[in-house]
Design a binder for this molecule. Structure first.
Ligand code: ADP
Length: 483
């Protein structure tokens, strides 16, 4: 068995703000069948500490970035966890990165330097006899981990840095560097970012292997348009950069058993979705009509391209389509969409906020899900859409490009189409795709085969877990070959 320590600032089901939590929560289980034992180091937020009742104390630090801290180990919520119990850093109400007022915690530099520093100690085998062979760091919050290993007393352990969204980089002032317990030459060897400190940059510069969550995004982030200022570094490290597409939890997202659905169904009973569609209509106050029922389940932000939908709602309705929106985010986008619900009663509906169960019902009932993102590292909603026969209509970027097969003539002819793609951030392309959806939706047998084909797609973790396991094995073999 290969021992891997995963270092993450969130892991489903304990603490989640985005896709990172799904990945960190799912990977250990998915890797178990591939000869990998994965333990996860998590900050001891209240939500995590509440679950850590019977944990063993495996380590203590008298002064970890200005306070006492302990390491607790145990199996909670289905995960093999090591929890960093540091009340001065994590015991507070609010989110993992920001307070209830939405402002980032001012000591985030310290909160995640501490997490990464402790991971560096674990990598050295200094805690409780535990010796991982690979340390896998996720996002900027764990970005310093590869640097602590590289500049520590031993770099025997191999490191993997995964980027879930390159836009979030963890930038802090240069004064922080002196507090990080790293040698001064490390600053200009990769940690410095425009005069300050960049945690994600540190990880990208120091790790033995870099991964991101889809092959297309791995390519895109090497360009100035998607590189968020790090494309130069990523190009320099292109030979160790890999794209591994995320999977989804196929048990929690199973239309045959999903308790959030009014009516469960499978690929051979897709017609039963009608009952869910009726429930979605009722929930959003949508009248019955012949055109397709489009849906949005998303953060309402410019990254997600929601402006493209907001500015074309009237046109969408004029085609005979309806639209339901579940989400919250940018106030101006929320207001535009709300105004559309008033202009088009019975055709456009919106529920503001986050509602896990309603998101399942929408996937089980709507005809199509719109995902017009400007960039999308992987994206999960199109994978749920595929599994639920809710046809994904996506921009051709990142993981959206890698997981949806456009229903062009050739793909329909070959029976392999699963959705619709269009050029990102382009209103004409968006509108052309919508016209194609409306036309195909009117051809019932063609639409049904599109839904069924999508439901056949493998959206599980099986393939991705195998690729992560292979990556770990390659790194370990390289280490042994060099020894
Ligand atoms: P991102 O992590 O960039 O927001 P992803 O597509 O990777 O985008 O993941 C979004 C996740 O959040 C999906 O599981 C999606 O179903 C869920 N989600 C987004 N908005 C809502 C909402 N308003 N209610 C319920 N679930 C939501």
């Amino acid at each position: 068995m290969i021992e891997v320590l995963s270092v993450a600032s969130e892991a489903y089901p304990l603490i989640k703000t985005g896709g990172l939590a799904d990945v960190a929560g799912a990977l250990p289980g998915a890797l178990a069948g591939h000869g990998v034992t994965m333990r996860t180091l998590l900050p001891g937020y209240p939500a995590v500490m509440n679950e850590a009742g019977g944990a063993r104390v495996v380590g203590e630090f008298s002064d970890l970035f200005d306070g006492r801290a302990r390491l607790l180990a145990g199996r909670f919520a289905g995960l093999d966890l090591i929890v960093l119990d540091a009340p001065h850093l994590y015991d507070r109400q609010g989110g993992p990165y920001a307070g209830q007022d939405g402002m980032d915690w001012p000591d985030n530099w310290k909160r995640f330097a501490a997490l990464s520093w402790v991971a560096g100690r674990l990598a050295l085998g200094l805690v409780d006899g535990y010796q991982p062979q690979v340390v896998h760091a996720h996002d900027w919050q764990a970005g310093l981990v590869p640097a602590y290993v590289k500049y520590g007393p031993s770099d025997r352990v191999k490191t993997v840095m995964t980027v879930h969204n390159l836009v979030f980089q963890g930038h802090f002032g240069s004064d922080v560097f002196a507090r990080l317990d790293l040698p001064s030459h490390a600053f200009y060897e990769g940690i410095e970012y425009y005069g300050g400190v960049g945690y994600l940059k540190a990880g990208l510069a120091s790790a033995d292997a870099l991964t991101t969550v889809s092959p297309t995004y791995a390519h895109e982030i090497r360009t100035p348009a998607f590189g968020a200022g790090l494309d130069g570094l990523l190009n320099a490290r292109a030979n160790v950069l890999h794209g591994i597409t995320n999977g989804i939890d196929t048990e929690a997202w199973n239309p045959a058993t999903d308790p959030a659905l009014v009516q469960t169904y499978g690929p051979s009973t897709v017609h039963k979705r009608a009952a869910n569609k009726a429930a979605v209509r009722e929930r959003f106050g949508i009248d019955q009509s012949a055109g397709p029922l489009f849906s949005v389940v998303s953060r309402l932000t410019s990254q997600k391209g929601i402006d493209l939908i907001a500015s074309n709602v009237d046109w969408l309705v004029s085609l005979g389509a309806s639209l339901v929106v579940l989400g919250s985010g940018d106030a101006a986008l929320e207001a535009t969409l709300e105004a559309a619900t008033i202009r088009h009663p019975g055709r456009v509906g919106m529920v503001k906020g986050y509602d896990e169960s309603l998101s399942h019902l929408i996937q089980g009932g709507a005809d199509a899900i719109l995902i017009p993102s400007r960039f999308e590292p992987c994206g999960l909603t199109q994978l749920y859409g595929l599994r639920y026969g809710c046809v994904p209509v996506v921009s051709r970027v990142g993981g959206l490009a890698d997981t949806v097969i456009d229903a062009n003539e050739a793909a329909i002819g070959a029976g392999v189409a699963t959705g619709f793609q269009f050029t990102a951030a382009n209103a004409d392309a968006f509108m052309q795709a919508i016209r194609r959806v409306v036309a195909l939706h009117a051809d019932r047998p063609a639409w049904l085969s599109l839904q069924k084909q999508g439901m056949k797609a493998d959206v599980s973790w099986a393939r991705s877990a195998k690729r992560y396991a292979e990556l770990y094995k390659t790194l370990i073999a390289r280490k042994q070959a060099l020894a």
